[in-house]
Design a protein around this ligand. Structure first.
Ligand code: GLV
Ligand code: MG
Length: 346
């Protein structure tokens, strides 16, 4: 067990100091692009204006014979795009694959100063984070990277779920975690063939009353895992995300899954198809009425201390902090999407 005073030390001489707090950023959607396809990377400069995070995917869904093209494509799109306040992430191949080492060494060498977060798939325990943490520090030092590159784990194996707390607290480099429902379903031997969402047979049925038809309601397959992930992340000051929703034609089910995750505490979700971007914006942007109320709290308590009554409800230092989170988030949203500025009254 590492001593508390060692926890925030850089892991290589010359590597940047780890963050004590996550940088405040708008991260409603992590938008996946397949960087081996030139027609897709050509659109990245425009895409970067619409989404909060652009992620170059190198792992699953990229064919084995396109892995190197995807890595090169990612480096090219990172070099050639001004991302502004939009995050630049990559999902590297998993630790036991033949591609991961070249993914990370080439990407940090070429575009380490532009990369915000590395998404690591199939994380099983803290040991996986420790390995990448050390390697990133060595590469940051070697290539003069000036701000720490963060790690985002995908929670998509039964062992990972068992170890979720240790993963969340493994390093100050941890940005957060995403639920990976497709791989997790496989790892658990769930009897489904879907990428996220519910299943019509996972339901509860009402007790019989005579011969009347019995009401049934589908249940949420992911509730338990998302709740465990949110607790592990919130307890460690990092962010939780819902991952992919594979049925692009079913916008309502996607929005429902995203909203369940949002209500349980997730900050955002993955978007794999352009139609999912607006869904994520709708779900993960703060509610205008909540923002209006939060602004009243901030106005009534300029220095954030004391207690006041607003619309019959008691406000104190703790609600002031919640209000500040809400108004800051709304301001980020309005900066990104000017259409939201009048909605939030900025
Ligand atoms: C994502 O990677 C998943 O497996 O759902
Ligand atoms: Mg997966």
């Amino acid at each position: 067990m590492k001593l508390p005073r060692q926890f925030f030390r850089p892991l290589a001489i010359g590597a940047p100091e780890p963050y004590r707090e996550l940088p405040a950023r708008l991260e409603r959607m992590i938008h996946f692009v397949p960087p081996h396809l030139e027609k897709v990377t050509a659109k990245v400069p425009d895409l970067a204006k619409q989404v909060d995070i652009v992620l170059g995917n190198l792992e699953d869904a990229i064919p084995a014979d396109a892995k190197e093209a995807a890595r090169k494509g990612f480096i090219g799109m990172a070099r050639n795009t001004d991302f502004g306040a939009t995050g630049l992430w990559t999902r590297i191949n998993c630790l036991n694959s033949p591609w991961m080492l070249d993914d990370i060494t080439e990407i940090v060498a070429e575009v380490g100063n532009k990369l915000d977060v590395v998404m690591l798939p199939k994380v099983e325990g803290a040991w996986d984070i420790h390995y990448l943490d050390q390697l990133l520090a060595q590469l940051e030092a070697k290539h003069g990277v000036t701000k720490p590159i963060l790690i985002h784990a995908i929670l998509e194996t039964a062992e990972g779920v068992k170890n979720v707390g240790e993963i969340a607290s493994a390093s100050p480099r941890m940005h957060g975690m995403s639920l990976g429902p497709a791989d997790l379903a496989a790892s658990r031997a769930m009897k489904t063939t879907r990428v996220g969402g519910g299943h019509p047979e996972y339901k509860v049925v009402a007790d019989p009353v005579g011969d009347a038809p019995r009401a049934a309601a589908q249940q949420d397959l992911w509730h338990y895992t998302i709740a465990r992930m949110v607790d592990a992340c919130a307890a460690n000051g990092i962010k939780a995300f819902y991952g992919p929703f594979g049925d692009f034609a079913d916008g309502l089910a996607c929005e429902t899954q995203f909203r369940n995750a949002f209500l349980l505490g997730c900050a955002g979700a993955w978007t794999l198809h352009p139609s999912q971007i607006d869904i994520a914006k709708r779900v993960f942007s703060p509610d205008p009425q909540e923002v209006a109320f939060a602004k009243k709290i901030l106005a009534a308590m300029p220095d954030g201390s004391g207690a006041v009554m607003i619309d019959g409800k008691m406000q104190d230092d703790a609600t002031w902090k919640q209000a500040k989170v809400m108004v800051d988030l709304a301001r980020f949203v309005a900066e990104k999407d000017p259409a939201f500025a009048p909605v939030y009254g900025f």
